[in-house]
Ligand binder design. Structure first.
Ligand SMILES: Cc1cc2nc3c(=O)[nH]c(=O)nc-3n(C[C@H](O)[C@H](O)[C@H](O)COP(=O)(O)OP(=O)(O)OC[C@H]3O[C@@H](n4cnc5c(N)ncnc54)[C@H](O)[C@@H]3O)c2cc1C
Length: 230
């Protein structure tokens, strides 16, 4: 199983390869409206982000590593920071300021359904809280790594579960893995002359599992129906 590289910016929307500069008149308007000299402030550097020590006990780490391989139980800074928050305004203010004290203790990448079941069983037995993480585009705190009364919390990353399982043109039924993002879903269905017709504004990054969990709607949903109608 190969884990996708970091998806998008940890401190904002999109990725650097497609960065757009605000035109000067827009910057001037913002300066005037906000009454500030400079409206652009860079996020803190990744190495300066404040992160707590990972609290995952070695026994729990070993059990998870036995399921998915040690390379898929990630505790490095970049991975924990990327999974520390969604993309809501308060999330991004916190991330840009370098406040990731509440980052997950580890990020576990599942490769298939059997691994998912085994991860949940191990976390249940080791008293580790689990927060599923699809595209991480939640704007309502949905991927907040809350540990509650548990001593540790892991983000369960679905990104590697990104394959179409089956597409049946006759019944217009598709079985899709939960980590498939919008463009991949459309590419898979287009090969059968079909479309899901689901285009939330976060289409590029959001996943099938996230759509279903949040009952999302997109700009074509008036015609096709919301995700729960599809
Ligand atoms: C710029 C922008 C535009 C947006 N536009 C829209 C829009 O047009 N319409 C709309 O409805 N929303 C929109 N959203 C909100 C967000 O994109 C949706 O809620 C989307 O469905 C979340 O999908 P995700 O894969 O990113 O899920 P995540 O953010 O990763 O997760 C969302 C919730 O679902 C849970 N979850 C994720 N995957 C699974 C899984 N496989 N199994 C169980 N639980 C899971 C998570 O734990 C979390 O609680 C937008 C957000 C942004 C930042």
């Amino acid at each position: 199983m190969s884990v996708e590289p970091a998806r998008g910016r940890w401190w904002g929307w999109g990725d650097d390869a497609h960065a757009l500069e605000l035109p000067e008149p827009a910057l001037a308007l913002l300066r005037a409206e906000l009454e500030v000299d400079d409206v652009r402030r860079a996020p803190v550097a990744l190495e300066d982000v404040r992160l707590g020590e990972p609290a995952l006990r070695p026994e729990a780490h070993a059990r998870l590593a036995a399921v998915v391989g040690a390379e898929n139980v990630r505790q490095d800074r970049a991975e924990r920071v990327l999974h520390a928050a969604g993309k809501g305004y308060p999330d991004l203010v916190r991330q840009r300021a370098g406040d990731c004290e509440r980052a997950p203790d580890a990020v576990v990448h599942a490769g298939d359904g059997d691994q998912l079941a085994a991860i949940l069983e191990a976390c249940g037995q080791e008293a580790v809280a689990v927060v599923p993480f699809g595209g991480g585009t939640s704007v309502v705190g949905g991927v907040e790594p809350l540990r509650g009364d548990f001593p540790a919390v892991v983000a369960l990353d679905m990104g590697a579960l990104d394959r179409p399982v089956s597409v049946d043109r006759a019944s217009l039924t598709a079985v899709l893995e939960p980590g498939m993002r919008g463009p991949r879903v459309e590419a898979a269905l287009r090969a059968h002359g079909l479309s899901l017709g689901h285009y939330p504004q976060s289409f590029e990054y959001a996943t099938v599992g996230g759509w279903v969990a949040t009952r999302s709607a997109g700009q074509a949903s008036t015609g096709y129906g919301r995700i729960d109608d599809l």
